[in-house]
Design a protein. Structure first.
Length: 571
């Protein structure tokens, strides 16, 4: 799309403005000094003879010479004045570089003008191939790496491209400490951060990076557990080149280097909440060796960061980390291309996921027999996150008690009673740490078995456990209910026996009257709501039949509940 716009609108071409301005200035010069140029043309072609005693002719030559010289002088100073406002620079050296590049642009020897936005290059392909001096506009969330190109020039090797490289290349004295920590074959490469970056002769863009946080996700990553279950999960990583490394407070909880642990502080109550063993053995060895050889004189003073960068830049620019990220790209053998540094953290995370899943049993991660334990969430995933974090850049600060005793849990966190050592960066070689990448977060989702029967079996096991607990709870209530019913039945039987015994033992009434009273008592008990619920239908039918047989001609009354259609005689 940019190429189509450039071809459509000719006035966007740099060549149009160079030639257009030049032709306009020459036309203006010819029009303003037409008489003087006409005399010069006639004299040069032999049509007119120069007379030195002719003041008019001398005046024409003098005016023409002064005008031409003045034109170039004024053009030079005008471009110098305009160059001070073309780019937002304040350093005198940068102003000079802007003026030089403006002259090269006017003469057609300019280099690339590249825009770097969020780690992406915005430029024409021919500009990226150019090795002439140019500049790069790098936004606040990006950084670049420039590399000096070598060109064979007979018996010697020169920098640059063509004649401008040989004419303008000036030897520079290498400042002390320049290129520290950079391999010798990369001594002619440099990293530059946000802002305006001037490229020199022979320098080309080696790579660009984004200082923002980067997120990568790979769905459905397969793993095999130790007991042979095939599981899937989504693995993700969150990392960055533009954030300072995390600083861990470490201390000794014993006398050996294995006792080096991370201090956890309760900032609300200002007490030592506890200790956690989060560091690898290699990092513990490095910390132990640092403390063994520590002296206050051995610490070199840190150079303060420029205030302007600290205020304006939203991200931290570390030239060494950017350099390592760009030159740490791996080559994909099958495709024959260089892999971006942003793809490496996810690959490391997937490899760690495979390693950790392969040594765990599936049931041990979920503990279906333990209702409150969940090792997958509480232990397995935090261990994976710590392992990935330790692969990236990381810093530590040793904290010891002033009296030499080890810190203890629930001890007050009093900084006046503690010795804080300088913050140090861990330098043990790790695959992401060597490339300056900080791992902010890493993890994976729930493990999903490929066989649905595994999930169904786990669900059945979970349901059986809760069903058993439910049955045990209901059994207690059922037992209480049975006790209440038995007690009520026994009480009812007792009342019936007492009532019937009084009727039978009475000598004042006849046997027929006793039978009638017994039947009426049984009928009264049957009509009670609680007793009626417990009596079966056969018993109620038997009472109804007996009532019809004993009292066939008496008045009738309705029988409640389940036999509303049946009526019994009144007493």
């Amino acid at each position: 799309m940019p190429g189509m716009l450039t071809q459509k609108y000719f006035y966007r071409q740099p060549r149009f403005w160079r030639w257009g301005i030049s032709v306009a200035l020459v036309t203006l010069l010819i029009w303003a000094f037409w008489s003087e140029l006409s005399f010069l043309w006639l004299w040069l072609t032999g049509q007119h003879t120069l007379q030195f005693n002719d003041l008019a002719q001398l005046r024409n030559l003098l005016v023409l010479g002064v005008t031409i010289i003045g034109f170039f002088v004024m053009l030079h100073f005008s471009m110098m004045f305009v160059s001070q406002f073309v780019l937002p620079v304040s350093d005198p050296a940068d102003r000079r570089r802007v003026f030089e590049r403006l002259l090269m642009y006017f003469n057609g020897f300019h280099g690339p003008a590249v825009f770097i936005k969020e780690g992406n290059e915005i430029a024409k392909p021919e500009e990226l191939r150019s090795s002439r001096p140019g500049l790069a506009f790098v936004d606040l969330s990006s950084a670049v790496v420039l590399e000096k190109q070598y060109f064979s020039g007979g018996s010697r090797t020169i920098f640059g491209a063509g004649i401008p490289g040989m004419l303008f290349q000036r030897p520079k004295r290498k400042p002390a400490g320049a290129g520290a920590g950079i391999p010798s074959k990369y001594q002619n490469a440099r990293a530059a951060g946000p802002g305006i970056v001037f490229t020199g002769f022979g320098e080309r863009l080696r790579g660009t990076v984004s200082l923002r946080r980067q997120f990568r996700l790979r769905p459905n990553v397969k793993g095999i557990t130790r007991d042979g279950f095939e599981v899937f999960s989504h693995v993700f990583t969150l990392f960055s080149l533009g954030e300072p490394p995390e600083v861990l407070l470490v201390t000794y909880t014993g006398d050996s280097l294995e006792s080096i642990q991370v201090v956890q502080i309760d900032t609300k109550n200002m007490v030592v909440k506890g200790f956690s063993d989060e560091l690898d053995l290699e990092d513990k060895i490095e910390i132990h060796r640092y403390l063994q050889g520590y002296t206050p004189e051995s610490q070199s003073p840190e150079e303060p960061a420029p205030k302007s960068e600290a205020v304006q830049a939203p991200y931290t620019f570390d030239a060494q980390r950017v350099f390592n990220a760009v030159y740490g790209n791996a080559r994909v053998i099958r495709e024959g291309v260089m892999e971006e540094w942003t793809e490496l953290p996810l690959k490391v995370a997937v490899e760690a996921y495979h390693d950790m899943v392969s040594v765990e049993n599936y049931d041990n991660l979920y503990q279906p027999g333990e209702p409150v334990k969940f090792p997958f969430r509480d232990e397995f995933r935090p261990r994976f996150a710590r392992r990935m974090r330790n692969q990236g850049v990381l810093s530590y600060q040793v904290v010891l008690r002033a009296d030499g005793k080890p810190l203890a849990k629930d001890e007050p966190w009093d900084e006046n009673q503690l010795d804080f050592y300088p913050v140090q960066a861990l330098r043990t070689s790790k695959i992401l740490r060597d490339r300056g990448i900080r791992l902010i977060a890493a993890g994976f989702a729930e493990l999903r078995p490929s066989n649905e029967a595994v999930l169904q079996q786990r669900f059945d096991h979970w349901r059986a456990r809760w069903q058993r607990e439910s049955d045990l709870t209901l059994a207690a209530y059922d037992y209480q209910e049975m006790q209440v019913r038995s007690h009520a039945r026994a009480q009812a039987q007792k009342d019936m026996v007492l009532t019937l015994s009084k009727l039978i033992n009475s000598k004042e009434i006849s046997r027929e009257a006793v039978a009638m009273r017994v039947f009426q008592a049984m009928e009264a008990f049957a009509q009670e709501p609680q007793t009626e619920k417990l009596l079966p239908k056969e018993t109620l039918n038997a009472l109804w039949s007996l009532h019809e047989w004993l009292l066939p001609s008496e008045g009738k009354r309705s029988y409640p509940s389940e036999h509303p259609q049946k009526e019994f005689p009144l007493e």
